[in-house]
Design a protein around this ligand. Structure first.
Ligand code: GLA
Length: 732
């Protein structure tokens, strides 16, 4: 059993393959956090907590004058506001109209086989009857009121991850206002950590940044209603000496697609506390008597195997235990999307020209992007009117899909279900469907407003329109887009005191509708999108096995975007396309080959007018599609390795994939600078079998040679040249 309870010491120890996590109920009934780190035994690690009178650090009411015991510096599992802990807390709540104060003590616990579930929220799962996955539930209760907190821990022994969530249950007889409810809190007894996080902007998402944590609070967050382009709900604490290949690091990923916060606080004793959960700004949840509130889940990894070890654990765990789609291990369709090819300016003829070329070049799917519905020839109107513009298409959607299918291609469609244009029939009929504050002019973005997805009737209205189209035409893929940040959050349907619930209810609504969609069309391939990668989070992966990674399709900038994304997400989820040059986002020219190699790093496709390509480029497309299909298993579910960092090595960025049984590996490299009389560029492969012999480009090497000695990359012939090398184990 991976969860060990010791009654005599009050400890609960969670054991995964290489990490250990421990908490302890002490003599006062407090749930203290005593260990999270490298795998160790079940000793009671509370001996590391040093009682001391620290001055200005008070005692809970029933402890009298024991000045050496204070929650202000004791490590805890779920610290609360109002019990003398002045650091960032897990929970801040009050009875309606009263002052926030809680005093949580241990109430009960249970250990179960399998994995807990979270109502209405994405969560990692376990197969029925599977061993090696267990749940610990610890219930804490306020000393004065019937307010309960259920702390949930999922232990995935083999995958080496621990998940956490909290459920707040109100039996006080009154309404409780939840002002802040974090999913997880981890207290590290030491300081001196680096924080690694992934910041960005539209068209430049998930840029890695590493900095030493200072004293005080450091916050990474979004209050945009989405997880956002600007910050990602995935952070890492590492030791300063930790590298790609070795050293301690601890990652936290929030399975949530709305406003979030990750906060790290270094306190008066240089201890570090990390909390993560729903952003508390604009959040206030009125929990009526008898009700429960469930937080989103956090997935945590601790490893001493550096960032490679950390990423592999997240990638594997998410691939196996979070992504549910039947597409996760299937060959994903190599698609062509018409967005960068035509933008809004298309008709049947243009689309069919692209489709014919796609079919001829060996692609699998045509995706029709924005502009096919309502009055939508620019991004100023039509959102909310999901009625096919047959005049523009020259046929019905059913007919178009049939024509595309007749070419041997499947057909996919773009939607932006959460939005409404003021210039739309829907808005003219139901202005109250939009989130906006009465009497104030709303903040517009891309000239659109956001639908109130906290409302069931609004969701049902949109859902029915989408279902009608999917029922009529043979559509096997949907790109679900979301093209603005949310602001002016006011719902016409919620009472005044409950407006602080809208953003979270909106996310629950989004999840519910995604669930409906997948229940009705179980084989649908859903691709997540938010102006590129503005909602690239682990929550979305529960519904969508792939997410459009960025509107920036420049192969060179994508190196950094995809590098950052790879830290916390499986590469099979990174949707990437080859587009034209000069690139539409930054004007850069790169070789066609390089664009293919970069896009093949994830879920592969094209986004250009294939009918306008030169014969030479068309030949290259045929080659790329063939290489991708021959190697998709390794790319989609092999182990991914970052071989060089685009932030540190300004000459070349390289990465590789190794098949599960290590008999095949793919190494890709892109030159980002050129030199006269260039020195040889050596890259070391990773993850091969040292004793096996591999064929690479017609020569044989042992795995040991490729990994230790390395491999000399071919000399680049032009700006942004690249190479793709395949190592195949020689069979005896
Ligand atoms: C967003 C997406 C693009 C495209 C446009 C259409 O920006 O990221 O890929 O679908 O919307 O408006």
């Amino acid at each position: 059993m991976a969860i060990i309870e010791k009654k005599e010491s009050g400890t609960f120890t969670l054991q995964t393959r290489t990490s250990t996590y421990q908490m302890k109920v002490d003599r006062h009934g407090m749930l203290l956090h005593t260990y999270y780190g490298a795998k160790t035994d079940e000793s009671d690690y509370s001996y590391l907590i040093m009682p001391a009178d620290r001055g200005y650090s008070g005692q809970p009411g029933d402890l009298g004058n024991d000045r050496t015991y204070s929650l202000d510096f004791y490590p805890q599992e779920y610290p609360v506001y109002g019990d003398g802990d002045y650091r960032i807390t897990g929970l801040k709540a009050n009875l309606e109209g009263q002052v926030p104060a809680l005093d949580l003590r241990y109430h009960s616990s249970r250990i179960m086989d399998g994995k807990y579930r979270l109502e209405g929220l994405p969560a990692m799962f376990a197969g029925a009857g599977e061993e090696g996955i267990s749940t610990l539930e610890i219930v804490l209760k306020d000393r004065y009121e019937e307010l309960y907190v259920h702390l949930l821990y999922g232990v995935y022994e083999e995958e080496d991850v621990i998940t956490r969530a909290a459920v707040i249950e109100n039996h006080t007889g009154k309404t409780v206002e939840l002002k802040r409810v974090m999913s997880a809190c981890v207290d590290f007894a030491e300081g001196g950590f680096d924080l690694i996080h992934f910041y960005g902007k539209h068209a430049m998402e998930r840029q890695m940044e590493r900095r030493a944590l200072p004293h005080g609070i450091t916050q990474i967050s979004s209050r945009r209603g989405t997880s956002s382009h600007h910050h990602n709900p995935f952070v890492i604490l590492s030791r300063p000496e930790t590298t790609e290949d070795q050293g301690a690091c601890c990652g936290f990923s929030l399975l949530y697609s709305g406003s979030f916060q990750a906060q790290a606080e270094v306190d008066q004793l240089d201890q570090t506390r990390l909390v993560m959960g729903i952003n508390e700004e604009e959040f206030c949840w009125r929990l009526a008597d008898g009700e429960r509130f469930t937080t989103p889940e956090v997935c945590m990894v601790y490893t001493e195997e550096g960032f490679t070890g950390l990423s592999r654990r997240f990638q594997r765990a998410f691939h196996q235990r979070l992504i549910r789609s039947p597409w996760k291990d299937r060959l994903r369709p190599v698609l062509v999307n018409n967005w960068e090819a035509t933008y809004f300016d298309f008709n049947e003829e243009k689309l069919m020209n692209i489709a014919r070329q796609a079919s001829d070049l060996g692609l699998d799917m045509l995706v029709l992007d924005d502009g096919w519905f309502g009055k939508r020839d620019s991004d100023n109107s039509g959102l909310g009117d999901w009625k096919v513009n047959e005049e523009k298409l020259g046929c019905t959607m059913k007919e178009l899909a049939e024509k595309v299918n007749a070419l041997g291609l499947s057909f996919g469609l773009w939607f932006e279900p959460e939005m409404i244009s003021e210039d739309s029939d829907l808005y003219r009929e139901h202005p109250d469907f939009a989130l906006q504050i009465p009497g104030r002019s709303p903040v517009r973005s891309r000239n659109q407003l956001v639908l109130d997805f906290s409302r069931k009737d609004v969701r049902e209205y949109i859902e029915q329109q989408i279902f009608r189209i999917l029922d009529e035409a043979n559509i096997t893929y949907i790109k679900w887009d979301m093209n603005r940040s949310i602001e002016n959050v006011y719902s016409a349907a919620l009472p005044e005191g409950s407006q602080g619930e809208i953003l979270h209810r909106y996310v629950l609504g989004l999840y519910e509708m995604s669930e409906h969609l997948l229940e009705r069309y179980p084989d649908l391939l859903l691709e997540g999108c938010s102006g590129g990668g503005g909602r690239f989070d682990a929550g979305m992966l529960y519904y969508a096995p792939q997410i459009w990674c960025s509107d920036n399709t420049d192969a060179v900038e994508r190196l950094k975007i995809q590098y950052g994304t790879s830290f916390g997400y499986p590469m099979s989820s990174v949707s990437a396309h080859v587009s034209v040059c000069p690139n539409h986002q930054n004007g850069r020219e790169t070789p066609f080959k390089t664009r293919g190699i970069c896009a093949m790093q994830g879920a592969f496709g094209y986004e250009l007018d294939l009918s306008k390509l030169s014969e030479e480029d068309k030949e290259e497309v045929r080659k790329q599609v063939k290489v991708y299909k021959e190697n998709y298993k390794v790319i989609q579910s092999g182990s991914y390795y970052r071989l060089t960092s685009p932030w540190e090595n300004h000459d070349v960025t390289a990465w590789s994939y190794v098949a599960e049984d290590q008999d095949r590996a793919i190494l890709a490299a892109v030159y980002t600078d050129l030199h006269g009389n260039p020195a040889p560029v050596r890259v070391r492969w990773k993850g091969l079998k040292p004793d096996a012999v591999y064929e690479v480009e017609g020569s044989s090497y042992t795995g040991a040679a490729l990994m230790n000695g390395g491999y000399l990359l071919p000399v680049p012939k032009c700006n942004y040249d690249s190479c793709l090398l395949i190592a195949v184990e020689r069979q005896a």
